[in-house]
Every structure is written in C-alpha cells, then in structure tokens.
Design a binder for this molecule. Structure first.
Ligand SMILES: [Zn+2]
Length: 305
C-alpha cells in the first residue's frame, strides 16, 4: 500500500497492527483510519467511484480524530456510496460558504493568516478536484472576501469577509425551526418526542426530524431542505450514525449553529475529539432536556435573536 486508498495521496504513513491483519494509515488529507488487510487484498476499493472516495475523505476529515481512527472492514468500504450520497447534493454556493466559515473559524485573529494547501485541502470542502477549490478561492479574492499569498499558501479574511461570515451565521435568524439529526432506533424515539422536542418548544422553537433509517435520494433532499430552513441543528451522536456527521457538517458549512449531544454510554465511541465541540453529554432524557434548554437559551436565543 503506497497510496491512500481514498484520496490517492502518496504522503502516507502505514503501520501494521494486530499481527499484520490491519493497517493503520495516517494521511494528510483523510486524517487517520484503520483498514483490514483483506479489504486491501481483495481490492474492494476498486469498485468505488473516484469521486465517492474523495467525498469519503471529506467525511473522514469531518468526523475522525487522530486519537481514535475509524476501523474499516470490507463491508464498511462497500457502504461508502451510501455514506457519501448526501454530500453529492451540495450546490456550489454550499461549498463557497463552507470555505468562508472554515477560514473565519481557523483565523487566529483579525488579519491573521490561515495556512492553506489547495492540493491537500480541497477534500475538506467536498470539492471534486483541487481546481474546484482554486476556482472558489479566485472568486472570493475577486469579491474582496479574502486576500491571498502566492499560490494561496496563506489566506487572510478581509473585513468584508468577516462581515460575510457574520451574515452567514445569522442565516435563518427568524426561523423557528430546529432540525434534529439523530439515530432512528426505536429506543431513541422517546428521547426525541418526550425530551428534545419539548426542550425546543420551551425555548420557542419547533423541532423536527426526518424519520427514516437510511439515506436515499428522496430522504437526502428532505434532509437538506430541512437543514436549509432551520435556525439551528441538534446533532445527537448516540449510536454513532454516519448520517449525523454529514448533517452536522453540512449545517456548519452553511453557518447554521449546531448543538452537539451524545448519551453518556456512547461518548467513548465518538469518532472525533469531543472537547472541540463542547458536547452535551446526557445521562437520561430529563438531563438532556435540562441541558438543552440551558444551551439554547445561552447560545441561540439571547445572543442571536
Ligand atoms: Zn487520504
């Protein structure tokens, strides 16, 4: 294995683990993943479209921390087209907004430079190829939203850029809708109906979720439409469902605030560094309801309305 099976980067570090049965791959684009030897030997990845692999690289980047890499068996690799299906629904302006939010959130200060490497960073924004990201950056430069160093190695958000970012964050400021991304397991039905929905109601919002177990064309459209019109998103990572990572990442890309939650029993299984997003870790429904009300009042209602 001399190249990353998803993004094709040759700049990878491969370590054999579990007596050679698995490989731990450290990739500058895909963070880190563990793949079983048979998945590589059987060349299962060859059946996955190139663009699906790039989008999966974005998924890994969005949801995985180096500390806790995702383990991929042959069966997981076969599921890639299903996992990345919603990413294909993104329109160009979604990618543009994601770039602006990323630069703003990575800026050390006003006028601070954000290091950039177009050839490595394009997967972060679900671009098909690095030329797509270059096009977006050229556009942002022409509009005075960013300033660049040669070849975009460093990018500075201009004051106009900060203004644009603030407006992006104020998206759907008058909406009363809340999109809830979570597992649809029957065990969690009551968590939504008896605790999440009432918590939102108490704060003046109406929580909705798209009730389906799997992603398909129609569901993807409903999910994206639901997020597009919501004031904020609640993403519950209990049971660690693939779709929730997408939905949270998509909302953030649009500047829609996301409240991250997870039950106490599943917190160890979260793929990413939980401290980064300040998760609400809940013990039971009542605990979740109380914490949610506090969080909504503190971060959504008072500051933004
Ligand atoms: Zn990679």
């Amino acid at each position: 294995m001399d190249k990353c099976i998803f993004c094709g980067s040759a700049d990878i570090k491969v370590t054999e683990i579990s007596g050679g049965e698995q490989k731990r791959v450290q990739c500058p684009l895909c963070t880190c993943y563990i793949v079983s030897k048979d998945a590589i030997d059987d060349r299962i990845i060859d059946n996955i479209l190139q663009y699906d692999r790039i989008l999966f690289s974005a998924y890994l980047r969005e949801s995985v921390s180096n500390r806790d890499p995702l383990r991929l068996l042959s069966s997981d690799i076969m599921k890639i087209p299903e996992i990345v299906a919603p990413y294909k629904k993104l329109i160009p302006i979604d990618k543009v907004n994601k770039v602006i939010c990323y630069i703003a959130e990575s800026s050390p200060c006003i006028g601070g430079k954000v290091p950039f490497d177009i050839e490595k960073d394009y997967t972060r924004f679900y671009c098909k190829h690095f030329t797509e990201l270059r096009q977006i950056l050229d556009y942002l430069c022409e509009r005075g939203i960013i300033k660049k160093e040669e070849k975009y190695r460093g990018i500075v958000l201009t004051i106009e850029g900060w203004e644009k970012y603030e407006r992006l964050k104020d998206v759907n400021i008058n909406s009363k809708k809340v999109f809830v991304a979570m597992s649809f397991d029957s065990e969690l039905k009551s968590i939504f109906a008896d605790f999440i929905k009432p918590a939102c109601k108490e704060c003046g919002f109406d929580a909705e979720r798209v009730d389906s177990k799997e992603h398909n064309e129609k569901i993807c459209d409903r999910i994206i439409a639901g997020i597009n019109e919501s004031r904020f998103v609640i993403a519950d990572f209990t049971q660690n469902k693939h779709g929730v990572y997408f939905e949270a990442g998509y909302a953030r890309g649009l500047g829609i605030p996301v409240i991250w939650t997870c039950s106490d029993t599943f917190k160890e299984e979260l793929h990413f560094d939980t401290r980064q997003y300040n998760h609400i870790i809940w013990k039971d429904g009542n605990d979740l309801k109380e914490q949610l009300i506090n969080r909504i009042k503190a971060s959504i209602s008072i500051n933004k309305r």
